[in-house]
Design a protein around this ligand. Sequence first.
Ligand SMILES: Cc1cc2nc3c(=O)[nH]c(=O)nc-3n(C[C@H](O)[C@H](O)[C@H](O)COP(=O)(O)OP(=O)(O)OC[C@H]3O[C@@H](n4cnc5c(N)ncnc54)[C@H](O)[C@@H]3O)c2cc1C
Length: 434
Amino acid sequence: MDRVVVIGGGATAALAAIRLAERGLRVTVVEKAAAGNGSSSRSNAGIRAQFGVEATAIGMMYSEWWYARFHDLLATPDERRQPVIHQNGYLFLYEDPDQAAPPWQPSIRASAAAVWERGQRYAAMHRRIGLPVELLAPDAVHARWPHIAPDRLIGATYCPTDGFLEPHIILGEGYRRTRELGVEVLTQAEVIGATLRGGRIERIETTRGALEADWFVNATNAWAPRVSRRIGGMPLPIAPTKRYLYFLKMREPVMSAEAWAGQPMTIYGLGAGRGALSRPDGPQLCLAWAHETPPEPEFGDADQDRIDAPFHHERGIENYGYATLAQLADFAPRLADAGGLAATTSGFYGMTPDADPLIGRDTQQENLIHAAGFSGHGLMHAPITAVLVEAILCGDVADGRVALPAPFERHSITLATFDPGRDFASSHAEALVL
Ligand SMILES: Cc1cc2nc3c(=O)[nH]c(=O)nc-3n(C[C@H](O)[C@H](O)[C@H](O)COP(=O)(O)OP(=O)(O)OC[C@H]3O[C@@H](n4cnc5c(N)ncnc54)[C@H](O)[C@@H]3O)c2cc1C
């Protein structure tokens, strides 16, 4: 029986370990701290199939299906079955170019027009692959979600199978299931080196001793370049980049409790200067924005929760929290006015040059597979990542493609899209990075 060591203790490692153990492999998971030490417990937890790269859209269609059956697939005991996915949908709002900026700022208007044209093109692709994506006129958006003002909009796309996840349940039940399947989960075991022979990793060294195996999977996301370097692997172009979340505490109700809980993940425009998003998080509204921060390749664990001054909502109103709220106010003024910013949290994205993950074989060590660099999408990716890792490791690849399991067998994913050694100058860049 082949032995596999999966490095990392997040969602990717958990779901990959489950698949590999179900396949009959002997699996060990090695985590340097405790399960959930990384981004998996710091995420906005959105899940959407509305991506620009077709392979990702197909993969997320599978992930949504998988998470909707999570407890059955992981044999969760009945008394522990809490909802793990809320399929409230993802609503991408597109701004009317004439509203986006005054006539003397034509580039902002042009940007709003271009993203709306792209949004309609993507919706056509999504429908072709079988996603129930709707194109909505401004009045139809307002009729369904009365807190969204229609006058600012040119249209919207909505996919009802999208939504958001519960990361603590994915981690909790994921690691319960790994142990049930006989996976050894070693925590407080940092991978610090490796013994190499003939283009292969013979064993890895950890702070809790050496581990021999036939295969090694690097599932350490933002740490993956460092881990790869330590075990003789290729340089990985993953930039650990801080991202922040804001929490709006409501002073007064703006809709019924049912409407509140049913709010979709809503993206308030995608043109220049836009990209804020919100979703309900219990009684609060969770807000995010794809702001720019410099890469921190040598970040430490504590840096994950470090809130830099320009991002801290308590540092006056000159910070990204208020800038995010201002975007919400442009599209949903009643919602923005009824709450106050109550908290800021953060974590690291593992950004790649084209914003697509690196899933595939290392170019230096033939028994090393990377599954990392998920930008803001690793939690939703985890089920399809696990399928791809299993296929690569077990050789279930035909003509460079991996066929999806039933009921998606008419679909396949080209591994070249996610190959860690791909040429980023000519790869398909993901445009919808949130
Ligand atoms: C603010 C924010 C919002 C996000 N929003 C979303 C979203 O809406 N939807 C979505 O899908 N994703 C989102 N993400 C991204 C998502 O959280 C990550 O892509 C995903 O959690 C990555 O999971 P992972 O298991 O690959 O890595 P991680 O959860 O980061 O786990 C990696 C693990 O590797 C361990 N490790 C590191 N070095 C070593 C070593 N040398 N030896 C042993 N172990 C080691 C770490 O301790 C860590 O536990 C968001 C992220 C952030 C920060």
